[in-house]
Ligand binder design. Sequence first.
Ligand SMILES: [Zn+2]
Length: 273
Amino acid sequence: MPELPEVETIRRDLVPLLRGRTVRDAWISPNAPRLAQLMTPEAFCRGLRGRRIEDVGRRGKYLLIHLDGGLTWIVHLRMTGRLQHAREGCPDDRHLRAKFKLDDGGWLCFIDMRKFGTMWLVDDVDLVTGKLGPEPLDETFDVAAFHGSLKRRSTAIKAVLLDQTVLAGVGNIYADESLFRAGIDPRRAANRISRPAAGRLHEAIVEVLLEAVGDRGSSFQDYVDARGEAGYYHLKVRVFRRTDEPCLVCGTAIRRVKVGGRSTHFCPGCQKR
Ligand SMILES: [Zn+2]
């Protein structure tokens, strides 16, 4: 599932391709009735036609395509969504759920095998992203405030990192990698994490996300960038999906457990309870 580094990679790819373009036409497949949120697919497409794209932003895992007239086209890729730019029309793919024709002849294509992807067309972005926690790569991601939000939660730290109201954009891959780097057991109660450990975790989250953005994200399964190409960070992960393989630091076999219903990978040698 695309997390912050993957969505940020797509955003950076799309900025030069979309900025200043006008949406000439929009089409949503009849087999994707839940793609457009808060309005019918027809109203969504009608609302997009003729709009000029001013910029492409991001908030957590949400892509924000800012349009003229103060409108924002928000895209969430969920599990398997791909937002790809194509020069000569969208691929003939049975999972193509929507396509958008631009005034320079290019296309934006939304391909989504599992169909969990969602889009909104809103005046007020907060309607969709208002409850998100701080952006981990912004100055707003403050160690003291982060430690404070951990103090208020007694659930496992891994589950808290996935809570988008605590921190925006971190998912399963980068939560496991950050906890490994900080030497924290993912099952540990968030409110039992000391101030120094919270500081290490804060630093690890920023480092891991920046490295993954630098490597254009991780392509364990479906993820590709806006040009249809895979990222590289999955080649560098230290624990995620390395179950039973030796830890790169201490040699202990990496373990996989369920935390809050999600597969969680950690090194029992480096991440003590
Ligand atoms: Zn280890």
